[in-house]
Every structure is written in structure tokens, then in C-alpha cells.
Design a protein around this ligand. Structure first.
Ligand SMILES: Nc1nc2c(c(=O)[nH]1)N[C@H]1C(S)=C(S)[C@@H](COP(=O)(O)OP(=O)(O)OC[C@H]3O[C@@H](n4cnc5c(=O)[nH]c(N)nc54)[C@H](O)[C@@H]3O)O[C@H]1N2
Ligand SMILES: Nc1nc2c(c(=O)[nH]1)N[C@H]1C(S)=C(S)[C@@H](COP(=O)(O)OP(=O)(O)OC[C@H]3O[C@@H](n4cnc5c(=O)[nH]c(N)nc54)[C@H](O)[C@@H]3O)O[C@H]1N2
Ligand SMILES: [Mo]
Length: 764
């Protein structure tokens, strides 16, 4: 069976690496060229350009790339997509097909020997497929038979809590709402999602401090900000359209501070894709001050800045703090200041790896400006003290009164294009009682109240055989999660694993005793139901809910939409449901009516979402109202710097994305902005560290991670000298997920610590 473990991908699978000079600016002509070449190879040029023209337009479909918002007003042709958005679309609209014939000619074992890149490039799945217990090949199955199998398995469980219902953040509002309703009518809150591995730490920290788990700024705020701080984020690759917003900040006279262990090219300098005249010039400098922090040195860095701000305010009262805001809107200032007193700048500076004089410059910029936005992503959320990271940056904003006013606030930059919407729709293992109360009232059933499993707990439960059915609404669970071998065993322990997917991925190949693949329509495809063509809705990173309307002909007549698949599972599973699932699928307006009835903020949903550009959801932090927190005010908090102690010859490793992947989907083998071509099994190291260990460029290394006395090993990584702080290293996700310990998670949010893996190196 499928036993090939990623760990076992031996060095002989290395592909012939080419190192190039790290470019000095991002986007520009090369980006357009690269986008077009992906589109041409996957879709064909003419059809591809037609597709791109409808991407992120008000009557078009939402880019499946990321959750960065579209401008409310002006949207330029060919400008509301980016290189990586184009690649995402090309992947989905690819001409390549994974048909029943494909599965008949390749056994599961054979497919599992392919790399993630090769698996993804196989193409779109055309038919529902079934893998019987002990079988070597998937075979075609009818939708009815597949749904019956799911219903029978689920109803055969001793308790609904023995099933796990995962969601990846591309799922539309309509599908997500129906899915959680089905799962709760079935009787469990086991609704883990990719958010658990992503911005869960942001949600935890922001709910506690500001009373809303989402960011507070809008795109317009970037025009007004005096200062934007970008922490732990690589927008040049992962949110390229954000560079335009940062460019706008600069155009309006604002400044940008970047805090990152790597000098990420896109953040330092970019060439505006909307202005071809600039593609060949020098590019625009974005970052005014770059602080090259050590991995997980952020709380220490922010504490130094906070101490400097306090000292400045003491020296010249009323020069730095917004006393009116603090008095009226916040709680806990005295305790916060008392806690800060305990730390000394001398002790904190070495944890940051940054010259003190550089940190002083940052403190000056913050002291002298009032409209401040702080943006962040995975560089802050995937550490043991990740929640502390985010609460600490909120402390800065609160001291400055830099929230709930134009040009200021929090900007957690979301990943998946509808990950924020899915949570709004109730995809959460820890639902609030008032949400369940409304669901019960609207749908006439008794909702389960016990909190369910998040991703990490779901893996443990499956491993212990306490959960035996796994259903994945999108995503690629085995490759996205930590501790690959342990998680593989967990999935293999299941009696049934079901993947609702567009493309072939490793989660189809590491499976339960029986497995189903249910192929669904993609974002760009026409969704025809009984009442006619449907659109779906999504929520972007800034809380705008809008339509997404695909119009490509479905690639196979055997695909169902995600809402239709949920309805099929619900009809086959729930015997006494009073919900008319089929009726709602016939006309998605009815799903939206149900959402309106059960979730605040969706008044007149069907009308407002038909207005071009959609509508903003209410946001208390944006409205300068912090009453939803436990104190009724915005809360200052006391936070802890990293407590990781590295032994001699140990390093911190962060697992990051290349410029050529979408999470576990590998578009290509290049990381152009870091000058690494044609190879993913690499480790970026500080040149001095390499010298001390006698490691030379392109030496082959095995990596061993260390956690609580446990060791995990991944073999065959090429050493690359790079501009990275000492004792810090970087490798690519998902190749090194096998090294991420399942039990190493963030306090409170339980997010795997994918950016702080303690490793040692062994030369071949
Ligand atoms: N093209 C493309 N777009 C994507 C994705 C993709 O894979 N490809 N993924 C989507 C998803 S789901 C998400 S969540 C986002 C991810 O977007 P990012 O968070 O930008 O993705 P990562 O590659 O994980 O990059 C993390 C960044 O944080 C830095 N970093 C790591 N550790 C630390 C630290 O301790 N402190 C600080 N200050 N910085 C640190 C790294 O150097 C890197 O620049 O992008 C979304 N968009
Ligand atoms: N080590 C390490 N691990 C990480 C991270 C990290 O930085 N480091 N990042 C974490 C983060 S931020 C995230 S968000 C997770 C991502 O975890 P996931 O969301 O689970 O993974 P993806 O790779 O985004 O999922 C890709 C698969 O989704 C399916 N798909 C694509 N489009 C659709 C669609 O429209 N509908 C359906 N049903 N399926 C579709 C395709 O089959 C594709 O193979 O990974 C996490 N894991
Ligand atoms: Mo994410």
C-alpha cells in the first residue's frame, strides 16, 4: 500500500539545483513573463488570458490565490491579478485530467512514489473514485453509492464525535455554512480547519484584546497611514497585490518598517505591475527600515520598542501616548507597565539579533507618528508564544491610540481566499453558545455543545482510534499538518477517509481502510443548479463579503459543487433532519437567507451582495468599540519573550513557502526571489554558522529535530549560504513537516510551531 514517506525521499531525488543572484526587486516584467508561461502550459494562452481578465473583477470570480482585498472602486484590467494569482488560476483551469483510466493505470502505491510536484501536475479529478479495503487501485463509483457509504459509516459510529470534518479555507460561504450545519445536525463540533495551523493565534490574541478575531483596517487605510509595519510576512510571494497598497502608502508620504529574519525581495523594492513603463526601471523602494530579527525574537524586539516609548513619554509627557484613548477605551495599562518594568533592554537586545541603534530608529518612527498599521502573517503566528507576539503588537497600537481611526489598526493578512469567511460561517471547533442558539432556533434541532477537535487534537484522536472517519472539505491534510509520519498513521487508522477535492494530492494516497475522492467544481467554473447558474460568496481579509461567479464550462459532467456534495452527504446521513437540503442547493439564495437568519451582519444578504463590490461586515474594532472583550475595553496584556534555549550546534528552523507553490500545491521548482532554481530540498544558513561547522555551499545535510527528548529526521537537504541571522535556518513547507513535532504548539491557539523547529545538522 502507500507506504512511501516524505522522510524517505532520498537525496537521489534531487533535481539539479541552479543558484542565481538574488534579484533586487519584485514583480516587473519577469513576473508577467512567469505568469504567462504557467498559464500557457496549463490552460493555453488565449483561454488563459480570457480567464485572467475576469479575475477579481466585480462580475468575475474571486482569485483562489489569497485573501487580499480588491479595491472598492477602480479595478484595472490585468492589474487585479498577480503572478501567483495567475498561477493559481492556471492550476485550477489546467487541461490535464485525472480520469478513471488514469487511476486504472496507476496503483496508489505507484502514485505515492511521485513527488508532490508530480502529483499536483497530474491534473483535475473528473469522477468520484473509491478505494476498497485492501485494493491497489481507485475505481469509479457513482455519487449515490459514495454518499450512501458515507452515511452508513457515519451512522455506524458509536458517537458522532468519532468523525472529523476538516475544512480548507477556499470553501465558499454557502458550502461552509451548509457543511457546519450538516456536521452539527449529525451531532459533533469536530470541525478543525486550516485556520488552526494559520491565523488561529491572531484570532485568539485579537478577540482577547480587541473583541474581534479579525483585522480592523480597510484597503483605504493604506493611503492614509503614516507608518506601516510589516512583520513575519512575505507579500512579494504570498500576497503580491499588497505591494500595490504599500506603494500607495509611500506615494502618500508614509513610511514602512519591515521586521523579518530574511530580506524578502518583494518587500524591499518592487516594480508596479500596473505601470509597464516601470517594469524595466529601478523599481520603487518600499522598506524604509529593515529590522533583521532572529526567528522568534519579535516579543523581545517589541518589548524594547515599548520600553523606549515609555521612556520618551516620561521624558516629554504627552509626546507619545494617546492619553485620551487610553483613558476612555482601554484597560490594564498599569499592570502592563509594571510587567514591562521587569525586563531590561540589555537582556532583550541579544534575543533580537539587531543593533540597538536600529531598534531606536523604529521606536522614533513609532513615537513620531500616530496613524500606524501593523501587518503580519505566519512569521508571527506559528511559534509557541505566537499569541504573545500579537498581543504585544496590539500593546503598541493601544499606547498610540492607533486603532479605530483612519490610517491605523491591525492587519493580520489572511492566507486562503475564504478562510475568514469560513470562520464567520461557523467552521470552528469551539463555537460560541449564541451562535448555536441561533442555529437551533432557525433549524429546529439540538446542537452539540461540547467543543470539538482542532487539527492537532483530531490527529491525536485518529491516531488513538478515538475518531475513525475523516472527511476533508478541500485541502491536503497529510501534507499541511505537522509530524507527517504520525499523521499518516492516524489517517491509516481510519475506517474511511473522504477527500472533496479539485486536484490529485497526497491525501488521496495516504488513506484510511477505505477511501473516497469526491471531485468538485473549482472557483472559475460555472455552477448550474435546478434554478439556473449560481454564484457563491466569500469574505476577504478586510471583512468585505462579495460574489464569486465562475463561467468556464465544468471540466467534467461528473463534478458536483461543494454545496451539492454537502447536501448529498446530509441526505444520506441525517434521517430526521427538518432542513430541506436539496431545495437549498437548487437555489443558493436560500442558503444565503439561512445565513442571514443565523449570523449577525448579513442583513439583506441577497440584495447587498448583488451590489458591485459587495458589502463590509460590521467590525467593532474599526468602529472604535471594544465592548465585546471580557472587560468591555481594549486590553493591554503582559507577554513573554521566547524561552527557547538552543544547545551548542542547534539551530532554529522556520518552514516557509517558495515563490512557486500554493501551500502544498507545488507550481514549479523555482524560488526566483531567493535565487534558488530547480530544487526544493534546500536549507538556508548563515554563512558564518556554515563555516563554524565546516559546511560548504551545496553540501548535503540530514536534519534532525529535537523536542521533549524526541527526535525526527529528514534526509538530504542542500546547504545554501544566505543572508539570515546566526543560529537561524529556513527550509520549505511541506518537505520538512516531518520534522515539526505534533505536541509543539502555541499556547492558547494550539497552532503547530512551524516557524520554530529546533534542529541539528549532520553532513553526509
Ligand atoms: N503564492 C502563494 N500565496 C499564498 C500562499 C502560498 O503558499 N503561495 N499561501 C497562503 C496562505 S494559506 C497563507 S497563511 C499566507 C502565508 O503568507 P506568509 O506568512 O508570508 O508565508 P510564509 O512563507 O510562511 O512566510 C513567513 C514569513 O515570515 C518570516 N518569518 C519566519 N519566522 C519569523 C519570525 O520569527 N519573526 C518574523 N518577524 N518573521 C518571521 C519568514 O522569513 C517569511 O518571510 O499566504 C497565502 N498566499
Ligand atoms: N510546516 C508548515 N506547515 C504548514 C504551514 C507552514 O507555514 N509550515 N502553513 C499552514 C497554513 S498557513 C495553512 S493555511 C495550511 C494549508 O492547508 P490546506 O488548506 O489543507 O492545504 P492546501 O495545500 O491549501 O490544499 C490544496 C488542495 O486543495 C484542493 N482544492 C483546491 N481548490 C479547491 C476547491 O475549490 N475546492 C475543494 N474542495 N478543494 C480544492 C486541491 O485538491 C489541493 O490539492 O498548511 C499549514 N501547514
Ligand atoms: Mo494559511
Amino acid at each position: 500500500m502507500s507506504t512511501k514517506k516524505p522522510e524517505a525521499q532520498a537525496p537521489e531525488t534531487l533535481t539539479g539545483i541552479k543558484l542565481t543572484k538574488v534579484p533586487t526587486s519584485a514583480v516587473g516584467a519577469k513576473a508577467i513573463q512567469s505568469a504567462l508561461s504557467h498559464v500557457k502550459n496549463e490552460v493555453g494562452l488565449i483561454k488563459g488570458i480570457g480567464l485572467l481578465a475576469r479575475l477579481n473583477q466585480k462580475n468575475g470570480f474571486d482569485c483562489p490565490g489569497c485573501a487580499w482585498p480588491d479595491p472598492d472602486e477602480k479595478r484595472a484590467f490585468l492589474a487585479e491579478y498577480c503572478e501567483n494569482g495567475a498561477k493559481a488560476v492556471a492550476e485550477e483551469a489546467t487541461k490535464k485530467r485525472v480520469s478513471p483510466l488514469f487511476f486504472a493505470s496507476h496503483s496508489v502505491r505507484e502514485l505515492s512514489l511521485l513527488s508532490d510536484y508530480e502529483i499536483g501536475k497530474s491534473g483535475r479529478i473528473t469522477h468520484p473514485m473509491y478505494l476498497a479495503e485492501g485494493a491497489t487501485h481507485y475505481q469509479e463509483i457513482s455519487w449515490d453509492a459514495a454518499f450512501q457509504m458515507i452515511g452508513t459509516e457515519l451512522n455506524g459510529l458509536k458517537s458522532p464525535d468519532e468523525a472529523v470534518f476538516y475544512t480548507s479555507g477556499r470553501t465558499s460561504n454557502e458550502a461552509a455554512f451548509l457543511y457546519q450545519l450538516f456536521v452539527r445536525q449529525f451531532g459533533t463540533n469536530n470541525l478543525p480547519d486550516c485556520s488552526n495551523m494559520c491565523h488561529e493565534s491572531s484570532g485568539s490574541a485579537l478577540s482577547e484584546t480587541l473583541g474581534i478575531g479579525k483585522g480592523s483596517v480597510t484597503l483605504e487605510d493604506f493611503n492614509e497611514a503614516d507608518l506601516v509595519i510589516v512583520m513575519g510576512q512575505n507579500p512579494g510571494t504570498n500576497h503580491p497585490r499588497m505591494l500595490t497598497a504599500l506603494g500607495d502608502t509611500k506615494k502618500h508620504g508614509g513610511k514602512i518598517i519591515t521586521i523579518n529574519p530574511l530580506p524578502e525581495v518583494g518587500l524591499l523594492n518592487y516594480k508596479d505591475p500596473q505601470n509597464p513603463l516601470k517594469w524595466f526601471g529601478e523599481g520603487q523602494d518600499l522598506t524604509d527600515l529593515f529590522l533583521q530579527v532572529k526567528i522568534n525574537g519579535d516579543v523581545a524586539l517589541l518589548k524594547i520598542i515599548l520600553k523606549l516609548l515609555v521612556a520618551k513619554e516620561k521624558a516629554v509627557p504627552n509626546s507619545v501616548f494617546d492619553h485620551e484613548f487610553i483613558a476612555e477605551k482601554t484597560a490594564g495599562l498599569d499592570e502592563f507597565l509594571a510587567d514591562l518594568e521587569q525586563y531590561s533592554i540589555e537582556d532583550l537586545v541579544p534575543q533580537t539579533g539587531i543593533e540597538f541603534s536600529e531598534i531606536e530608529k523604529a521606536a522614533d518612527l513609532i513615537a513620531n507618528n500616530n496613524k500606524i498599521i501593523i501587518c503580519w502573517a505566519m512569521g508571527l503566528t506559528q511559534h509557541k508564544n505566537a499569541v504573545d507576539n500579537i498581543r504585544e503588537l496590539v500593546n503598541i497600537l493601544l499606547l498610540k491610540g492607533s486603532i479605530g481611526k483612519p490610517g491605523a489598526g491591525t492587519c493580520p493578512v489572511r492566507g486562503h481566499s475564504n478562510v475568514q469567511g469560513d470562520r464567520t460561517m461557523g467552521i470552528w471547533e469551539k463555537p460560541k453558545d449564541d451562535f448555536l442558539d441561533r442555529l437551533e432556533k432557525e433549524f429546529n434541532f439540538t446542537a452539540p455543545r461540547k467543543h470539538g477537535f482542532d487539527v492537532v487534537d483530531a490527529i491525536k484522536a485518529m491516531h488513538a482510534k478515538k475518531a475513525t472517519v475523516f472527511i476533508g472539505m478541500g485541502g491536503n491534510f497529510i501534507s499541511a499538518t505537522p509530524d507527517t509520519e504520525f499523521t499518516a498513521d492516524a489517517l491509516r487508522n481510519c475506517s474511511l477517509t473522504v477527500q472533496i477535492s479539485t486536484k490529485l494530492n497526497r491525501s488521496h494516497l495516504i488513506h484510511g481502510k477505505q477511501a473516497l475522492i469526491l471531485p468538485c467544481l473549482g472557483r472559475s467554473e460555472e455552477d448550474l443548479q435546478a434554478s439556473g447558474a449560481q454564484f457563491v460568496t466569500v469574505e476577504n481579509s478586510m471583512g468585505v463579503v462579495h460574489q464569486s461567479h465562475g463561467d468556464l464550462k465544468a471540466l467534467s459532467s461528473h463534478l458536483l459543487s461543494e454545496p451539492a456534495i454537502v447536501a448529498g452527504m446530509a441526505n444520506a446521513t441525517l434521517k430526521s433532519s427538518t432542513t430541506n437540503w436539496s431545495e437549498m442547493v437548487a437555489n443558493y439564495d436560500l442558503i444565503r437567507n439561512a445565513i442571514e437568519a443565523s449570523i449577525p451582519g448579513f442583513e439583506n444578504y441577497n440584495t447587498r451582495v448583488r451590489q458591485p463590490g459587495g458589502f463590509y461586515l460590521p467590525n467593532n474594532a474599526r468602529a472604535n468599540d471594544f465592548s465585546p472583550t471580557h472587560t468591555g475595553k481594549a486590553n493591554f496584556t503582559a507577554n513573554k519573550p521566547s524561552d527557547i534555549q538552543l544547545k551548542k550546534d542547534q539551530f532554529l528552523m522556520m518552514t516557509i513557502r517558495t515563490h512557486d507553490q500554493y501551500n502544498t500545491t507545488i507550481y514549479g521548482l523555482d524560488d526566483r526571489y531567493r535565487g534558488v532554481l530547480n530544487e526544493r530540498r534546500v536549507i538556508f544558513m548563515n554563512p558564518e554558522d556554515m563555516k563554524n561547522l565546516g559546511i560548504k555551499k551545496l553540501d548535503l545535510l540530514d536534519l534532525t529535530s529535537h523536542f521533549n527528548g524526541e527526535e525526527r529526521t529528514a534526509k538530504g537537504f542542500l546547504a545554501i549560504p544566505y543572508d539570515i541571522p546566526k543560529q537561524c535556518t529556513a527550509t520549505y513547507f511541506p518537505e520538512t513537516n516531518v520534522l515539526v513535532p505534533l505536541n509543539s504548539t502555541a499556547t492558547i491557539s494550539n497552532t503547530p510551531t512551524s516557524k520554530t523547529v529546533i534542529i541539528s545538522l549532520h553532513k553526509h
